[in-house]
Ligand binder design. Structure first.
Ligand SMILES: O=C(CO)[C@@H](O)[C@H](O)COP(=O)(O)O
Ligand SMILES: [Fe+2]
Length: 224
């Protein structure tokens, strides 16, 4: 049976001066998860926010906090993000020397564990940690910035990931350049969690619901 579809707006594209209101707006607009991009200026060439900002927006919504950590080394920060209200914590495959240990730590903190694969990272990298995973994030752009173009070669990688996890309770998430146009392609290939930043946070808050629906409708249309 097909896994449920989750639309996860990335607050990287929100107006940071009104972050709480923006989170409330996407909650009311029908977001399934709230995607939180944490960047360290080292693993990726950009800086965003950390646990205190996350803790500040935690009371605004009960939706799943889907936390994408672009931090290396990552292990020393896992507990802080768990305490700040993360539900899913995703680390990059290259974010530390001991991926298996990082994933064990996340689950020991009572959170769902995810691994993110950069566009150039082979799917085979995670073949031996599947038992530790709740989610695989296939990056469809190079991490670091919102508003980049979807990399078409990632379609084949999503298929490969889907084949690898067959029969397991693992979500396949995609992140980068997801729009109403690319959504059906990634869902057809096997993705069931779609991150979208610039395609959701365009126009004013009244448009967010329409933007989310447009992605969901086109994603579902291909699945039907
Ligand atoms: O992790 C990242 C970027 O590194 C993403 O979550 C972006 O925030 C997605 O933005 P769009 O490509 O949807 O604008
Ligand atoms: Fe992300």
């Amino acid at each position: 049976m097909a896994r449920p579809l989750h639309i996860a707006p990335s607050i990287l594209s929100a107006d940071f001066a009104r972050l709480g209101e923006e989170v409330r707006a996407i909650d009311e607009a029908g977001a399934d998860w709230i995607h939180i991009d944490v960047m360290d200026g080292h693993f990726v060439p950009n800086l965003t926010f950390g646990p205190p900002v996350m803790a500040a927006i935690r009371p605004v919504t009960r939706k799943i906090f889907d936390v994408h950590l672009m931090i290396a080394p990552v292990d020393r920060y896992l507990e802080a993000f768990a305490k700040a209200g993360a539900d899913i914590i995703t680390v990059h495959a290259e974010a530390g020397p001991h991926l298996d240990r990082s994933l064990q730590t996340i689950r020991a903190l009572g959170k769902k564990a995810g691994v993110a694969l950069n566009p150039s990272t082979p799917v085979a990298h995670i073949k031996h940690v599947l038992d530790r995973l709740d989610l695989i994030l296939v990056m469809t752009v190079n991490p670091g910035f919102g508003g980049q173009s979807f990399i078409p070669a990632m379609i084949e990688k999503i298929r490969e990931t889907r084949d690898l996890v067959q029969g397991r309770d693992i979500d396949i998430e995609v992140d980068g350049g997801i729009t109403a146009e690319t959504a059906p392609l990634v869902v057809k290939a096997g993705a069931n969690a779609l991150v979208a930043g610039s395609a959701v946070f365009k126009g004013d808050a009244k448009a967010y619901g329409r933007n989310i629906s447009a992605i969901r409708t086109s994603a579902v249309s291909i699945a039907a």
